[in-house]
Design a protein around this ligand. Structure first.
Ligand code: AMP
Length: 278
């Protein structure tokens, strides 16, 4: 069974002298098949696997979303045990953010586009907590999902800029059979919303098909995504994007790789998905 540690001091103590390399999988708990794929990959590639379970209040720009975020601690520990995790770091809030905490880690350019534009402060929260986790764990590698493509870019830039030697490993998006990217928030969808939610992936695939057929206009690809979303009455699109995969700037013309991405609301629930081209 994995060892459970709850304090910064215990994490440091347990990690001293542990077999290397160490692979870190940061999560907010409510573990699902997407997390499992990260844990399994970390298990294959490292001598020691550390999973962190911490619902990070600083990355929630919406208080109701934080309160409603699913918490499934017992099942999370079962998945960690089943995937061979060695160490689970489950800190209380004031262990990560002790009294007087005031430091903010900000990646202003990458963190302000797309998700950052619609969720102000979100990536400050992500970059800050991941900087703390990377510093505490001192892992050789850390595993993140392509599902959160912008998060991957922000975390990589943060680690490089701060001289943190942890290699950020990108893992493919895990989907349900109908194409819906697995997310902890999916369980909050009503049955009708859940039935409608694969429209994100369908619209990404429609744009990808246009691109494969030679379409290189960013606006045409955005229009292709919007058209598929518009046919689903329960889906309320927040943005659709065809962006440069390195800078996240919107593209007029595609001359190389691109990142298709979107955020779509179903009632209170906000889902994101993306698909890299090229
Ligand atoms: P979270 O617990 O939502 O913060 O996610 C923890 C990690 O799991 C992040 O690196 C996510 O990108 C990754 N993740 C979440 N959902 C998926 C998925 N469907 N496929 C692959 N990775 C995922």
């Amino acid at each position: 069974l994995p060892a459970i540690v709850r304090t910064r001091a215990d994490l440091r103590a347990v990690l001293a002298g542990i077999p290397r390399p160490v692979g870190l999988v940061p999560t907010m708990g409510a573990l699902h098949g997407g997390h499992r794929s990260l844990l399994e990959r970390a298990r294959r590639e490292n001598a020691t696997v550390v999973a962190s379970l911490f619902v990070n209040p600083k990355q929630f720009n919406n208080a109701a979303d934080l309160v409603a975020y699913p918490r499934t601690e017992a099942r999370d520990l079962e998945m960690c045990a089943a995937t061979g995790v060695d160490l689970v770091f489950m800190p209380a809030q004031d262990e990560i953010y002790p009294p007087g905490f005031e430091t903010i880690v900000r990646v202003p350019m990458l963190g302000s586009k797309l998700e950052g534009e619609h969720r102000p402060g979100h990536f400050d929260g992500v970059a800050t907590v991941v900087a703390i986790l990377f510093t505490l764990a001192g892992a050789e590698r850390a595993y993140f999902g392509q599902k959160d493509a912008q998060q991957l870019l922000v975390v990589r830039r943060m680690a490089r800029d701060l001289g943190i030697a942890t290699e950020v490993v990108a893992c493919p998006t895990v989907r349900d059979p109908d194409g819906l990217a697995i997310s902890s928030r999916n369980v909050r969808l009503t049955p009708a919303q859940r039935a409608a939610a694969p429209v994100l992936h369908r619209s990404l695939r429609a744009a990808e098909a246009r691109w494969a057929a030679g379409e290189r206009s960013g606006e045409a690809l955005r229009a292709a995504m919007r058209a598929v979303l518009a046919a689903e009455p329960l889906a309320d699109p927040e943005y659709v994007s065809v962006a440069d995969p390195a800078t996240l700037d919107e593209l007029d013309r595609l001359t190389g790789a691109a990142l298709l991405s979107m955020a779509v609301r179903f009632g209170e629930i906000r889902l994101i998905d993306n698909l890299p081209l090229g």
